[in-house]
Structures are given as C-alpha cells and as structure tokens.
Write a protein that binds this ligand. Structure first.
Ligand code: NDP
Ligand code: PYR
Ligand code: MG
Length: 623
C-alpha cells in the first residue's frame, strides 16, 4: 500500500489508478482501518491536489486544513493504492470474478477469489437471471442496492442495459415502498444524513463524505415522498434513486453525486412509533429553526463544493419547496425537480401530443387535479411557452389553465385564502367543489393529475372527457402506482380506446378491443439527468426558465412518427442516454446564450461534447 501525504503528492504516468484513502469512518470499506476510495487518473489527482483548482465546484483548500487553527478538527486525507481484500470490498473498484489472472497477481487477490474468471457480460446475465427469480419487487430493490454497494460498475451496467426493466425497481414505484420500509430493510447506509443534531457543524458533516469533486446533490427533507406523504428520514431512498438515474440515464460520474437527507423530524405517527425507524424521533421543526438549518446547509454546500455544484431539491412539501427555490435561486445553482423538472417533461409530452390531436398550446384548455408543486409548476411553464408562441401576456395565457385542489376549482372568490403559488390561477368562475363538475364546467381538452391521490379520475370523469374530446389527453402523474389518478387500463377502456394517456409510474401495455395500447411514462426522469448534465458541462452558475424550455423542446423532438403510431408521446427509455445527451446539449447551449455558462471556450459541438463526458460502467483494466 502506497501512502502519500495529500499536500506533497506528485505522481507521473498516464493511467495510474489511485485511491484516495481517508482514515476513520467512511461510507465504503469495512471493519477497522476501513478505507474510502475514489478512482482517478493521475491527472485528475494532480488537479485535485492543485490548491488553485476550481473545476467541478472545488475551491481552494477545500477541507479548510490550511486555515484551521490548532483547536479545529481537520480531516486526515492521504492517498494510496487499494489491493487485496480491501480492493474486493471497495464497490467502486471491485470486479469480482472479472479480475484477470494478471490483475489477481498484481493486486494480491490470489486465493481471495475462486479460480473462475467471468467477464462483465456474464456477470450481468447471471444477475439478471437472479433478479428475475424474485417475485417481490422489494426483494429486487434490495438486491440492486446490495449490488450498488458491492460492485458499482456492474450495478450501472445492469441499469443502463436493462433500463425499462430496472427503472421500476430502483425508482418509482418500488422506491416508494422501499422508503416506507426503509428502517426495516436498512442494511448499508447510503448518502449523507444531516439532522438537527448536526446544527452548527454541517460543514464538518459534509467533510465526512469521502468524495470531494461533487457536481450534483439531490436533497430531500422527506416531507412529501412521492404521493406517500411524510416519511421523514426514510425519504433517503429518493435522493439515492434519483442520483442513480443521474449516472445511468445522464452519465454523471457516481463519485460526483451526493444524496442528502435533512432530518428535521417527522409528523408521521406510525414512524415515530416504529421501533425500526432510523430518523430523529420528534415532530418536525418548523419556522425559524427549519429555515436556519436549511440556510446553514446551503451555505456549507457552497463553501465546501463551490458555486457550480447543482443542488436539486426533491420531495419537499410545498409549504417549503417554493420558498426554498425562490430564496436560493439567486445565490446558488438550484433546481426543484418536482416544480421545474416535472414542468419540462409534461410540456414536452403535451407538445408531442398536439401532433396527434392537432391545435396549438393556446388552442387547448387545461384542467389540473392538484395545485401544488407539480400542478402549478407545469401550469406556469405551459403558460410561459404559450406566451412565447403567441406574444400574448402570460397573465392572458394563464386563463386557459384551470386547477382544482382539495377544496375544489381555484376561482377568484377563493383568492384571499389561497397559498401564494395558487393565486395566479384564481380565475373568474362560480365555485365548483369537485372534479367531475369542474370537468363538465370547463370542458378541458387536457386533464392532468398531480394530486397524489389515487383513483380520482373516475369512470365518470374519463367518460366526460371522452364525451367532448375525440382524443382526450389524460395524464395521471401521481406516484407511485397506488396513487395514480387512474390506471392505463381504465383510461383506455373508459374512453373506448380514444385517450392519449401517460402516467408518472409505468403501466404495462393494455389490450382493448383487439388493439394494443402502450402507455407512456410522464416522469421527470426524462429531464433531470440530461438537464443536470447540461448544467455541469457548461459550468452553468444559475438555472433559468429558458433552460427548462430548451430541455422540453429537446425531449419533444425525440418523439418519432413510429412512436406516434404506437400512441406514445414520449420516446422509450431504452434510448435515454442519447436523449439525455440531446437535452444536455440544448440546456448547455441555452446557458451559453444567456451568459450563464462559465466553461469557456464553448465546445463547438455540444452534443458530441456531452456524449464524451458521459460515464460508462465498463470495467477498467488495472495495471
Ligand atoms: N410524474 C412525475 O414526474 C411527478 C409526479 N409527481 C407526483 O405528483 C403528486 C403531487 O405532488 P406535488 O405537486 O409535489 O404535491 P403537493 O402536495 O405540492 O400538491 C398536491 C395537490 O393536490 C391537491 N389534492 C390533494 N388531495 C386532493 C383531492 N382529493 N382532490 C383534489 N386535490 C387534491 C392538494 O390540495 P390542497 O392544496 O388543497 O391541499 C395540492 O394542491 C405526487 O403524487 C407526486 O408523486 C410529482 C412530481 C413529478
Ligand atoms: C417523480 C417525482 O419526482 C415525484 O413523484 O415526486
Ligand atoms: Mg419528486
């Protein structure tokens, strides 16, 4: 084991594989003296050691060791090469039976592995075979998480090569069940937990994370996990799952991704009384206490990782989500996936659907069930695009869009009592207190479910939509499957095969009167990985609404005639890496156009550049 001091480190040789080792506790490794490793070429490590380096969000003296006074604790980083038993236990470098004979000799692996040598493809074949034996989705989820924690490259190869089959395992719907049972199935800690106990020392906690060049953080406080409500600390499954998609779908390096859960307590009585609950056993902190903790977190992130780290807010309750986004959008690179990512993906689906039903955005009428983050976020982006297309003021465009919340249609007589994000949607209309009456009164051409409540698009509602639309567009966006406003089968059957349908969580194809209908998946997973990649490759310093429109346009353009012929308004996920590269190129291009990109000079061919930056999970050869 070669051990070097970080500040005096210099190594030559193009492909030297190094591991950065941190003494003390860490995420990866095992037992005493466990090590945390990060694969880097020597150039990357040299760059890492360069105190002036700011690439990837790093800042000078990242860990504050040089500035620390004697009474301040510092993190004792050293650099070394992993071998033998620790190499096998290191998920980032482990190849299991794929270590060649030469590597087994060179890395002290003799005897630690059985004699057979198996290539990565064979390992993938075996694992897919095993996964398919599990009948219970949660077992598949647990097997995938075990794989992620034991052999990261194999995990991503499986996910990329079998994306349509495995997306429902690591993402919605199964991740929802995993979060509900997280305490029970908890085996390996994943991500970083920052609780009220860490108040005043969040910077130190960030420094405990083994990776230094972080490009994307997905953070939740667990209060609105999918449509399942407050799952407290157990919401960690969401940032972990989203970041797996950042890598698999968008090509961000796994080492550059950091999942974080902020634990301010939970109001979920069931969890508070659950002996296996893994979070703080107290009711949620609110008001100034909550704001202060979040502010400390936001400042610490910027101090530790620099200006260009993307912070994606995920599954916060709407009473915090809008305020956090507004507060930090001017000082940080922040993006709210539920408000902005969802808006971009749904706009793309609608623009594509218009090719099937005809008309422009402004010629359609929209009705939402659910006026929270997703509902008002989508509504606002549709209105913005409509305004761009027609040159009409956005206030006028909003009048084509109606929203229903738990109290009924949002109308002007309710304005005083509405939350601020609902006020722009309070149009002149008499009160209407349920969805069916709203559908009958407004006669929408497009019905969008963002309520988090399952089975709310009833037979009567779908039949009403089909009674005045030749091809009603029905989007049941709520996740997971149990919360979907209706099933694909219901949408096709009740509309007599005329609905254009997509849902947040996947449904299998449906046969209706001898015809096969393939429902699309309207999920922000189409957008955020490519969107984030675009921000990273351009070195964007702020998110702008025009970038959301650029991402949406790129996605809509990927829907081909062949997809339309099958009734699809989104391209299949099998092509997602290409789609993400296109989205990222459009987003990066917009960042340059808006003067928000810091990576100069601008690469000539952004699409090629994006593709060249994307992580591939194939095993590397070790010298
Ligand atoms: N497919 C995708 O990509 C995405 C899907 N989603 C899903 O959308 C759902 C909502 O998320 P989000 O917008 O963040 O949640 P919010 O809590 O912000 O909003 C929910 C909205 O639904 C309303 N609502 C709740 N119950 C009913 C009901 N019975 N009838 C009518 N309206 C009701 C609420 O009304 P009130 O304000 O009166 O309480 C609120 O306006 C979740 O299930 C989530 O999983 C979210 C993001 C992306
Ligand atoms: C998909 C997603 O972000 C949600 O359901 O919250
Ligand atoms: Mg979400």
């Amino acid at each position: 084991m070669l051990s070097l001091n970080r500040s005096s480190f210099v190594l030559r040789g193009a492909a030297t594989r190094l591991v950065v080792v941190r003494c003390g506790s860490g995420r990866r490794g095992e037992g005493k003296g466990r090590r945390v490793v990060m694969e880097s070429t020597h150039e990357e490590v040299e760059a890492l050691m360069d105190p002036k380096n700011t690439v990837g969000g790093g800042v000078e003296d990242t860990y504050g060791e040089d500035r620390a006074t004697e009474d301040q604790l510092v993190t004792p980083w050293t650099v070394s090469v992993a071998s033998g038993y620790s190499l096998l236990r290191d998920p980032r470098h482990n190849k299991e039976l794929a270590f060649t004979e030469k590597e087994r000799d060179a890395h002290y692996l003799r005897g630690l592995l059985p004699p057979a040598v198996a290539c990565q493809d064979l390992q993938e074949k075996k694992l897919m075979h095993i996964l398919r034996q599990y009948k219970v989705p949660l077992q598949r989820y647990m097997a995938m998480m075990d794989l992620q924690e034991s052999n990261e490259r194999l995990f991503y190869k499986l996910l990329i090569d079998n994306v349509e089959e495995l997306l429902p395992v690591v993402y919605t719907p199964t991740v929802g069940e995993a979060c509900q049972k997280y305490g029970c199935i908890f085996r390996h800690p994943q991500g970083l937990f920052i609780s009220l106990k860490e108040r005043g020392k969040i910077l130190e906690v960030l420094r405990n994370w083994p990776e230094r060049s972080i490009q994307v953080i997905v953070v939740t406080d667990g209060e609105r996990i999918l449509g399942l409500g407050d799952l407290g600390c157990q919401g960690m499954g969401i940032p972990v799952g989203k970041l797996s998609l950042y890598t698999a779908l968008g090509g961000l390096r796994p080492s550059a991704c950091l999942p974080i859960t902020i634990d301010v307590g939970t109001n979920n009585e069931q969890l508070l009384n659950d002996e296996f609950y893994i979070g703080l056993r107290q009711r949620r902190a609110t008001g100034q206490e909550y704001a202060d903790l979040l502010h400390e977190f936001m400042c610490a992130v910027k101090q530790n990782y620099g200006e260009k780290v993307l912070i994606q807010f995920e599954d916060f309750a709407n009473h915090n989500a809008f305020d956090l986004l507004a507060k930090y959008t001017k000082t940080h690179l922040v993006f709210n996936d539920d408000i902005q990512g969802t808006a971009s993906v749904v706009l793309a689906g609608i623009v594509a659907a218009l090719k099937l039903v005809g008309g422009t955005l402004a010629e359609h009428t929209y009705l939402f069930l659910g006026a929270g983050e997703a509902g008002t976020g989508i509504a606002e982006l549709i209105a913005l695009e409509m305004s761009r297309q027609t040159n009409a003021p956005i206030e006028e465009c909003r009048k084509k869009i109606w929203l229903v919340d738990s109290k009924g249609l949002i109308v002007s007589s309710r304005k005083e009592s509405l939350q601020h994000f609902k006020k722009p949607w309070a149009h002149e209309h008499e009160p209407v207190n349920n969805l069916l009456s709203a559908v009958q009164a407004i006669k929408p051409t497009i019905l969008i479910g963002t309520s988090g409540v399952g089975r709310t698009f009833t037979k009567d509602v779908v039949e009403a939509m089909a009674s005045f639309n030749q091809k009603p567009i029905i989007l049941a966006l709520s996740n997971p499957t149990s919360q979907s406003e209706c099933t694909a089968e219901e949408a096709y059957t009740w509309s007599k095969g005329r609905a254009i349908f997509a849902s947040g969580s996947p449904f299998d194809p449906v046969e209706y009167e001898g015809k096969i209908f393939v429902p699309g998946q309207a999920n922000n997973a189409y957008i955020f990985p490519g969107f984030g990649l675009g921000l990273v490759i351009s070195g964007a310093i702020r998110v702008h609404d025009d970038m959301l429109l650029a991402a949406s346009e790129a996605l809509a353009q990927q829907v081909t005639q062949e997809h339309f012929d099958r009734g699809l308004i989104y391209p299949p996920f099998t092509n997602i890496r290409k789609i993400s590269a296109k989205i990222s190129a459009n987003v990066a291009s917009k960042a340059y156009e808006l003067g928000l990109a810091s990576r100069l000079p601008r690469p000539e061919n952004l699409m090629k550049y994006a593709e060249s930056c994307m992580y591939t999970p194939l095993y590397r050869s070790y010298r």
